[in-house]
Write a protein that binds this ligand. Structure first.
Ligand code: CTP
Ligand code: CA
Length: 231
């Protein structure tokens, strides 16, 4: 692990991390999913535990073994992830929403496997919007709790990556937003990652590209000084 993990700057801190990607069922055997591997969230949990935190990891569809010293709460759908986060957030000093949460789910889940042929063959999938878990956590947060969001952004005709990210940070109301620039290539499922940590006070800290454990250590270097242990 990174040198940062040798100091116990998160000793006694209760950390809640979500990781992975939600799956929204279409029928008993199919789902709408995303490419999140859960590796960055896993690294954040592992590094926080190594630096002394008490870590709960809400894990959406991640097969990897639990990081050493972390309690894992497995979930499948966005609704399950939301319920688990809502249950565990009140006891946390810092909440990190690293999971890729589906924005939409199928409006109806077929009770039996959809079959080819016949009159019931589907021609399209109707979707309905999932609640924003992060926004709900921000709205319900206890005084003194730090809430950290994640965003994967690309630049476009409207704005660059940091512009989109600043707008998202303001919209979400969280304290910090960890921003991934995904314009250049694929981050998903790869061991390396580079991020910028944006704060509601306007500061931006770059964490250079490296293995996800090193990036996690860099993220905690930005986050840890802002955490207050509420007990
Ligand atoms: N998030 C969430 N609940 C959702 C969607 C997203 O809690 N239903 C969280 C993610 O875990 C992440 C943050 O919100 O920490 C930003 O996710 P992102 O997909 O970038 O934001 P959205 O508001 O969904 O915006 P976009 O339309 O760009 O996808
Ligand atoms: Ca989204």
């Amino acid at each position: 692990l990174a040198g940062g993990s040798l100091h116990q700057d998160l000793a006694g801190t209760r950390v809640l991390v979500s990781a992975g990607g939600t799956r929204e069922p279409l029928d008993p055997v199919r789902f709408l999913g995303n490419r999140s591997s859960g590796r960055q969230g896993w690294a954040l949990a592992r590094v926080a535990a190594a630096r002394g935190a008490e870590v709960t990891l809400v894990a959406a569809n991640v097969e990897d073994p639990a990081p050493f010293g972390c309690r894992v709460v497995p979930v499948g759908t966005a609704a399950e992830l939301g319920a688990a986060m809502t249950e565990h957030a009140p006891a946390a000093d810092v909440v990190v929403m690293a999971a890729a949460v589906a924005d939409f789910r199928p409006a109806e889940v077929a009770p039996a496997k959809m079959k080819k042929g016949g009159s019931s063959e589907p021609s399209s999938v109707a979707l309905t919007r999932n609640p924003d878990v992060l926004a709900g956590l921000v709205a319900a947060r206890p005084a003194g709790q730090l809430v950290v969001g994640f965003a994967a952004e690309t630049g476009d005709a409207d704005d660059d990556v940091l512009g989109h990210a600043r707008a998202k940070l303001a919209r979400k109301g969280c304290d910090l937003l960890v921003v991934n620039d995904v314009s250049a290539g694929q981050v998903f499922g790869r061991p390396d990652n580079a991020v910028t940590v944006l704060a509601a006070d306007g500061s931006a800290t770059d964490v250079p590209a490296g293995p996800k454990d090193l990036v996690a250590a860099g993220i905690w270097d930005s986050v840890a000084p802002r955490v207050t242990t509420r007990r």
